[in-house]
Design a protein around this ligand. Structure first.
Ligand SMILES: N[C@@H](CCC(=O)N[C@@H](CS)C(=O)NCC(=O)O)C(=O)O
Length: 197
């Protein structure tokens, strides 16, 4: 059985949501970053980590890609043009949303106080809003790539939620409606309940 290291309050949410969507059983080792149990499977101490037998995979997007390919769910087949678009969109969301949110979050409350630069919040908000505009242009509906839900949706919706959490602006009507619909999915709700519980 898969073992997931991390908490639903972290990017482990993406992995847990994916596993629920595809109906694969897992054990959750509910530990935060830098726990000794995490270092035992990932030298950086970061979460999430997926343990598969004797092997461990780090980085949420790599884990989602592995699960999607292995189980043939939430992905277009490797080597297709649709898959290239899916990968491009996934990387764009990581570059343009995740990275901006991550820098903002680190400077708000993760870095040691002496290394935080509060003034960085304003340019990052501006950049995030611009990048949401890029995503809105690529969004097809009802899922980000059109009729098929893919792992790009999991990363995308996680980033939209993260943005609400740190009060970064998302005003595009289509993306707001999309976020609402995705949050109503039973698999999402199960992990959200875990996150809040
Ligand atoms: N690119 C990685 C980022 C992993 C990451 O930074 N995770 C955070 C929790 S969401 C963490 O472990 N932070 C501790 C640290 O940065 O040292 C992914 O998508 O999984």
């Amino acid at each position: 059985m898969y073992k997931v290291y991390g908490k639903a309050t972290t990017r482990a949410f993406r992995v847990l949501w994916m596993l629920e969507e595809i109906g694969e059983p897992y054990d959750l080792i509910e530990v935060g970053p830098h726990d000794p149990q995490v270092y035992a499977v990932n030298p950086t101490g970061k979460v999430p980590v997926l343990q598969v037998g004797e092997d461990s995979i780090s980085d949420s997007s790599a884990i989602l890609t592995y699960l999607a390919d292995k189980h043939g769910k939430l992905t277009f087949p490797a080597g297709t043009i649709a898959r290239a678009h899916q990968d491009a969109l996934t990387h764009a969301v990581l570059d343009e949303l995740d990275s901006v949110l991550w820098v903002a979050t680190r400077h708000a409350f993760i870095l040691p106080e002496e290394h935080r630069v509060p003034a960085i919040s304003s340019p990052l908000r501006w950049e995030f809003e611009r990048n949401i505009g890029h995503l809105a242009k690529r969004f097809k509906g009802p899922f980000v790539m059109g009729e098929t839900m893919t792992i790009a949706d999991i990363i995308c919706v996680h980033c939209l939620n993260w943005a609400f959490g740190i009060k970064f602006p998302v005003s595009d009507e289509n993306l707001l409606a999309y976020g609402t619909a995705m949050r109503a999915r039973p698999a999402f709700k199960k992990i959200q309940a875990m996150r809040e519980g």
